[in-house]
Design a protein around this ligand. Structure first.
Ligand code: SAM
Length: 223
């Protein structure tokens, strides 16, 4: 049984032969994808020993050693070209780290695998990297799980240039079109938080002009 967040990530993974889940920890995501027959083979990559051992245990406990392998290494380094990886999943990290992993692992993306990504924060940084590398967002989800809003997206390589507006990068090109209830709830929540901070800043004795300007811009954008 996956968490709501992880289920929403899994829902974006296309039926494919081989998936590499980077920063896999317990390997719950690739284990689920195998069990559901969404993928046939999986690689669980981990750079830290403890989580790497968690992945190994899950493979043994779920009897998946024929189909899944845990590999210790940094980012996309664990992927070899003869793995013929069709899909890469990276979930549960900050957007800066995910972007860094993609940037440093660019050499492993020459076969243009589908990318399914879920950043806990700084989603816009990831979307920007994708657009700059001709990866188009073809699926996007947003969920509220255990007190947090999570956004996740699938990106596929295309032959043409991609350019997203500032709003599309911040709000998600597909989420912005769909405007689901969860999406509205997330941004209404952010709006109230920002308005609360603005009110505090406006009565502050130090008159933080720059901060006020910045937060007003954010508020206008969300509105
Ligand atoms: N993907 C799982 C999820 O979404 O629940 C686990 C997320 S866990 C918060 C982040 C994991 O990423 C940690 O286990 C950490 O060791 C791993 N990690 C961080 N940087 C990494 C890197 N450069 N390469 C591989 N794994 C990394």
């Amino acid at each position: 049984h996956l968490s709501k967040r992880m289920q929403a990530v899994a829902d974006l993974v296309p039926k494919s032969d081989t998936v590499a889940d980077i920063g896999s920890d317990h390997a719950y995501l690739p284990a689920y994808l195998l069990e559901q027959g969404i993928v046939k083979r999986a690689i669980a990559g981990e750079v830290v020993k403890g989580p790497f051992e968690n992945a190994q245990s899950e493979i043994i406990n779920q009897n998946l050693s024929d189909q899944m392998e845990a590999r210790m290494g940094d980012g996309l380094d664990v992927i070899e070209s003869d793995d013929l990886v069709n899909t890469i999943t990276i979930a549960g990290m900050g957007g800066e780290l995910i972007t860094d992993i993609l940037e440093r692992g660019k050499a492993k993306l020459t076969m243009h695998p589908v990318l399914v990504l879920q950043a806990n924060v700084d989603e816009n940084t990831v979307r920007k990297w994708l657009a700059n590398h001709q990866y188009e967002i073809t699926g996007e989800n947003i969920v509220y799980d255990a007190g947090h809003y999570y956004e996740m997206f699938r990106a596929e390589y295309v032959e043409h240039k991609i350019s997203y507006s500032h709003e599309e990068l911040d709000f998600g090109p597909l989420l912005l079109k769909e405007k689901s209830d969860v999406f509205k709830a997330k941004w209404n929540n952010k709006l109230s938080k920002n308005q609360f901070i603005l009110d505090k800043l406006l009565i502050s004795k130090s008159h933080p002009i720059e901060k006020i300007k910045k937060i007003k811009t954010t508020i206008t954008e969300i509105e």
